[in-house]
Design a protein. Structure first.
Length: 80
C-alpha cells in the first residue's frame, strides 16, 4: 500500500480500491470485500499521520467505505 501511495504522490495521483481482486484469466474484477473496514480505515489514518510518510496528502473525504454487492470495500482517491 505504501509503495502505491508513494508512486501516486510522485505522479498525478490515482485511486486505490481495497477488497476488489483482478481475475486476469477471465479479464474481470471480483468483489471480495474487506473485513473490519472501519478498523482498516482507522489504521490507515493512524499510519499516514504517523511516521510512515513525509506528508499526508489526503483529506477525510478522499478515503471512503463503500458497499458493493453487499460487501464493504475501501476507496482511496489521491487527485493531485
Amino acid at each position: 500500500m505504501w509503495q502505491i501511495y508513494s508512486a501516486m504522490a510522485n505522479t498525478n495521483g490515482g485511486i486505490v480500491i481495497l477488497g476488489i481482486k483482478e481475475n486476469k484469466s477471465k479479464g474481470i474484477f471480483e468483489v471480495q470485500g474487506v473485513k473490519n473496514i472501519e478498523k482498516r480505515i482507522q489504521d490507515f489514518w493512524n499510519t499516514i499521520n504517523g511516521n510512515k510518510t513525509n506528508r499526508n496528502l489526503l483529506r477525510d473525504e478522499d478515503v471512503q467505505k463503500l458497499n458493493i454487492q453487499g460487501m464493504d470495500v475501501g476507496r482511496q482517491n489521491m487527485a493531485l
